[in-house]
Design a protein around this ligand. Structure first.
Ligand SMILES: Cc1cc2nc3c(=O)[nH]c(=O)nc-3n(C[C@H](O)[C@H](O)[C@H](O)COP(=O)(O)OP(=O)(O)OC[C@H]3O[C@@H](n4cnc5c(N)ncnc54)[C@H](O)[C@@H]3O)c2cc1C
Length: 300
């Protein structure tokens, strides 16, 4: 019987593991992929208080080692279902089942897809969701970014350092992202703004060769020859396995406030997977601490 089982080894989950293990609790972290979560794909982090500059990988590695040194355990298994009885919870995974007094859900969020035909087929063959991870493969090539927020603008700026031409496609006539980023992009002649347009088709044999865009309001079509399309249209939570366990909001995020308590007794939610306005490393780490301490208090 564990004291705390944590679903997800991102910043929130590993921070919760540090706090839980440090409080002397028996802690198991379950991760469906690799530890670290989203920040693994960030080339550099400059806004975590107390750390001036660090790569996403180094940040995640440090946090992972800290949690393991405190005595937390990790297993690479996907959490599929959680049964909540009055005295303990049973966490069913892709390989096994584990009992625990409390559970912290820290499943984060994942990139939203465009929902255009051939998107899955061409992922890794020109379609990417992470410019910082894959941008270097397209050095000297023509690429496109789709999206209107900060991530899309940052991706375009990043790619403009490597690529010959960067098309920035957005369905509205204005970007939502920060003016500072827009101003930096405006200064770059090889960044071409493609506004009031959406991606209608992905073309290529085996690899992406071009995207067809449809322009508003006349629905005129245009083909952009690109080697890559970076999709930066936001994120969505990955809370399906917990939908019958805890209350979710209209967007699928777990309803929990600052204390990280969910609608189910002894089940807590931390990080990007819960309803909140700011989704960052600082807020994920803060949630991890709050959820672990709330779990410790619940165990008594
Ligand atoms: C490219 C990029 C750059 C960023 N840069 C910054 C930055 O500079 N500064 C900043 O503050 N923030 C940055 N962020 C945001 C920051 O990374 C997130 O806010 C933070 O990672 C959230 O942590 P989390 O633990 O809640 O979720 P995640 O990091 O998403 O981790 C969740 C983990 O749970 C796992 N998981 C999901 N479902 C299950 C399941 N059923 N069973 C087991 N495991 C599961 C996932 O595989 C994942 O490892 C960036 C994000 C991205 C994508």
């Amino acid at each position: 019987m564990y004291d705390i089982i944590i679903a997800g080894a991102g910043t929130a989950g590993l921070s919760a593991a540090v706090y839980g293990a440090r409080a002397g609790k028996r802690v198991l972290v379950l991760e469906k992929e690799v530890y670290g979560g989203q920040i693994m794909s960030a080339s550099v982090v400059e806004n975590y208080p107390g750390i001036r500059k660090i790569s996403g990988y180094e940040f995640a590695q440090g946090l992972y080692e800290q949690a393991m040194e405190q005595g937390a355990e990790i297993k690479y298994e996907k959490v599929l279902e959680i049964q909540n009885s009055e005295t303990y919870k049973t966490v069913h995974t892709s390989l096994s089942a584990y009992d625990s007094r409390t559970v912290i859900l820290a499943s984060g969020a994942k990139n939203r897809h465009l929902q255009v035909a051939r998107e899955e087929e061409l992922t890794g063959k020109g379609i990417s969701y992470c410019a910082t991870c894959d941008g270097a493969f397209y050095r000297g090539k023509d690429v496109a970014v789709v999206g209107g927020g900060n991530t899309a603008l940052e991706d375009a700026l990043f790619l403009s350092g490597y690529c010959r031409k960067v098309y920035l496609i957005h369905r509205r006539d204005q970007f939502r992202g920060e003016k500072r980023l827009q101003d930096s992009l405006r200064e770059k002649e090889h960044v071409i703004w493609v506004l009031e347009s959406h991606v209608a088709a992905l073309n290529g044999t085996g690899y992406l060769e071009s995207v067809t865009i449809e322009q508003e309001p006349d629905k005129g079509k245009k083909e952009l020859a690109v080697s890559a399309l970076f999709i930066a249209i936001g994120q969505e939570p990955d809370n399906q396995p917990f939908a019958s366990l805890v209350e979710l909001d209209a967007h699928g995020y777990i309803k929990a406030a600052e204390d990280c308590r969910t609608s189910a007794e002894g089940i807590f939610a931390a990080g990007d997977c819960r309803t909140k306005t700011v989704r960052q490393l600082t807020t994920a780490a803060a949630d991890g601490a709050a959820a672990a301490l709330a779990a410790c208090a619940y165990i008594g």
